[in-house]
Write a protein that binds this ligand. Sequence first.
Ligand code: SF4
Length: 414
Amino acid sequence: MAEEKKLKRKKIKATGEMNRLMTDYFLELDQAAKSGSKKIAWCTSVGPAELLLAMGFLVYYPENHGAMLGSARMAADLIPHANALGYSPDICSYLTSDIGSYVTGNTPLTKAFGIEKVPKPDVLVFNTNQCRDVKDWFAWYAKEFDAPLIGVHTPRNPSGLDDNITSSVAKQIEALVEPLEKISGNKFDMDKLKEKLALSRECTDLWKEVLDTAANKPSPLTFFDSTIQMGPAVVLRGNQQAVDYYKMLLEELNERVANKDSAVEGERFRLYWEGMPIWGRLRAHSELFASLQTCVLASTYCNSWIFGDFDPADPFNSMAKAYTELFIVRGDDVKEQYMKRMIETFKIDGVIYHDAKTCPNNSNSRYGMPQRLEKETGLPSLTINGDLNDMRLVSDEQTKTNIEAFVEQLEENK
Ligand code: SF4
């Protein structure tokens, strides 16, 4: 068996500042919800957040709450409450755990920030670019809160992105302006949208630079670090605080690179993670890979908040392009080209596919991709069966055995 050692994982110093930012973000939402001082929009994680910010809304992201439910290992107890309402155990476990959280009045926000409940929405805005589940999820809350539900329907799995697709999405985003004006009571201001988009672009560029530091040997950060560090890119993009934070984080990581300071002590193998994180096992997996001197250092998941096409000079079209050309939206041919570039850039030795039972949208091992890529790149891969939030679907023993055997295979191939 691959030798397992108890090795230290390096902590990122900037994390304290990130926790402060996230606390401020949630407390502001809570205060606004209680006082009614500002309108609140719920938005899907890759929805048109910049438009909502420009219209003066505070933006809350239920998927972020879903990930917190997974990390706090609360999901398995909550999911059955959503199942009882007719939402199957086989659909998105963010959706089921989040609705379960709401109906039972249990939220991780209480322990983390002293917040009793999620902020009530004045409007819910979705983009189906990632899946249909987000629309169904928001529809349940729209009924519950008697709040308007509006959104964008994006065609899924295209190979090429032609003008027909992006101009349809751009028109749909633009069509949100009128209802948002009515709900917010604010007039749309193009300059504000440009300003928010410029901030989002800066955030996204810095986030990319952060993730790209992992291309160095040894890598200064792991995928597990990145799943935590991506918080501001998800919930604070379009705000100056996210830009300032990533500048600070980047400085720390560049210092690590200059000192050849590795995230995993004695890095021997470099892996790519394809698919959702297993939120309830982040720490356990981080420790397991570190003990095998193996650094999981790049992923499609964390790269999903890189929107390189945002262009403040052409807001609606560039938002449409950036939010539609995402990995999760595209056909397998485009995904495979992307993976090959990532494998090369990050000098990857092997690929882990997470087949998440309740998220077929972010599980790419079901239609032959691992086999095709193995053939083309010559790199081995391992598929782990599990889930993002429902830990009843994760077999710890089997996962550990499979990962150890995979690292042993990498050793033999060396
Ligand atoms: S992409 Fe997957 S995890 Fe995310 S909301 Fe959709 S079904 Fe849930």
